[in-house]
Design a protein around this ligand. Structure first.
Ligand code: HEM
Length: 152
């Protein structure tokens, strides 16, 4: 994935407006650290994991980086952030394609999927995400495999 930092920052700001920026605490005195999203470090934490995952891990992973050769990396990171935020209780709305449509025709194999998950785990480890939270997140993303892996 070719990486363009300035664009990433620009998109991060745009997605703040689209998502985290609109999120408000209820003000009822409930603890704020009580969703997977907040445990992942909220907006900054999840964006950091996504960036590390995409730009440091997948981009350098010769097993799968060719899939992303022509990708719009900032756009991909924004969608991934929204998707994780939404799945983790952060209140975002995912604006991307469904997983089947997004990966149609890519001929993604089980081994490719496993490599990508490995890269995600590395990013979660780098961010010192607790094991239980890692498992929870992978438990949410794992079932998407059925729509993503289309080749033996
Ligand atoms: C649970 C696993 C995965 C998740 C949650 C995921 C999520 C996503 C999301 C949210 C998008 C953006 C969709 C959109 O633009 O509307 C996307 C696109 C894409 N995904 Fe995945 N994906 C997964 C697995 C994989 C795997 C295993 C590969 C290949 C090894 C892959 C390759 C791609 C590529 C090449 C794109 C297009 C990026 C672009 O050009 O914008 N994905 N994926």
């Amino acid at each position: 994935m070719g990486i363009k930092q300035a664009l990433v920052i620009g998109l991060a700001m745009a997605s703040m407006a689209a998502c985290g920026g609109a999120k408000k605490d209820s003000g009822g005195g409930a603890p704020k650290g009580d969703t997977l999203y907040t445990r992942l470090g909220g907006e900054a934490g999840v964006k950091g994991v996504v960036k590390d995952f995409v730009e440091n891990n997948v981009a350098k992973d010769a097993r799968i980086n060719t899939f992303f050769a022509n990708s719009d990396i900032p756009g991909f990171e924004k969608k991934l952030y929204e998707q994780i935020c939404a799945a983790a209780g952060g209140g975002c709305t995912y604006s991307g394609k469904d997983m089947k449509t997004a990966h149609a025709g890519m001929k993604i194999k089980q081994a490719d999927f496993d490599a990508l998950v490995e890269d995600l785990v590395k990013a979660l480890d780098n961010a010192k995400v607790a094991d239980a939270d890692k498992q929870t997140l992978l438990g949410v993303l794992g079932p998407m495999k059925a729509d993503i892996v289309t080749e033996q």
